[in-house]
Design a protein around this ligand. Structure first.
Ligand SMILES: [Zn+2]
Length: 240
């Protein structure tokens, strides 16, 4: 997985930087606080502002190891720019994505190492995870809601480590997704996310600093997707 600026500086959501390449409607920046999405997490949204104007950042495109920030208009900024991630959007993605970790950790532990086959977060405070679970009563999956919220109440800290790929592959359960194993970074290292006392797995997404920072989670729906897959939809409980 690529090593992003936001991995080392998750709290820096705005900064001043320089355009290193541009074409109409897209720029490459010397430094970027944006998370480009991946593993079901939606790409950050935000703005880039320069002396002559401002444009929305609408997406990302990585070509030859360089990340192009796609802009909402066919402008071509140059020189020094100020960039800012939409803080609310990032916060909700981070909260939902951390919830996905807790959910897939519980499924892995309680259903004999069942693997994740897909994940997708929405922009409406809900997300879904698909699991390879051929013979499971859906009521047992629904019952995970209590355990999920118990992990939130325990306020377990979240920590990171970068380890060599072969080490990650040799430890059962670290590469949790059945479909996509994250590619190693340029230095061959894989980022491991640990929810202390619960789970460790490879991931390049953004996470809360501890589980207790999440709102409560409801399991909204369980669908059978084909013979093998169960789709679990979940959502953050709206603040009263
Ligand atoms: Zn993650």
């Amino acid at each position: 997985m690529s090593r992003y600026f936001c991995h080392d500086h998750p709290d820096v959501l705005a900064l001043e930087t320089t355009v290193v390449d541009a074409r109409p409607g897209a720029v490459v920046l010397e430094q970027s606080p944006f998370h480009p999405g991946g593993g079901g997490q939606l790409a950050d949204r935000g703005v880039v502002a320069w002396a002559g104007g401002e444009a929305r950042v609408t997406g990302f495109e990585t070509v030859d190891g360089r990340t192009w920030h796609l802009l909402g208009e066919p402008v071509e900024p140059s020189g020094v720019v100020r960039v800012a991630v939409d803080p609310e959007f990032r916060a909700t993605q981070t909260e939902l994505h951390t919830g996905a970790h807790v959910l897939n950790a519980l499924v892995y532990q309680q259903f004999n190492g069942a693997l994740l086959t897909g994940a997708q977060l929405g922009d409406d405070g809900t997300g879904r995870c698909d699991f390879d679970l051929p013979d499971v009563d859906n009521d047992r999956l629904r019952a995970l809601e209590a355990a999920l919220n118990d992990v939130i109440r325990q306020d377990l800290p979240v920590r990171y480590a970068w380890i060599p790929r072969d080490e990650a592959e040799s430890q059962a359960g670290l590469l949790r997704s059945r479909s996509v194993a994250p590619p190693p970074s340029a230095d061959g290292l894989i980022r491991i996310v640990e929810i202390v006392g619960l789970d460790r797995q490879a991931c390049g997404g953004t996470h809360l600093t501890s589980t207790g920072r999440s709102r409560a989670i409801r399991i909204l729906k369980i669908d059978n997707k084909g013979r093998h897959n169960r789709r679990v939809r979940y959502g953050l409980v709206a603040l009263a």
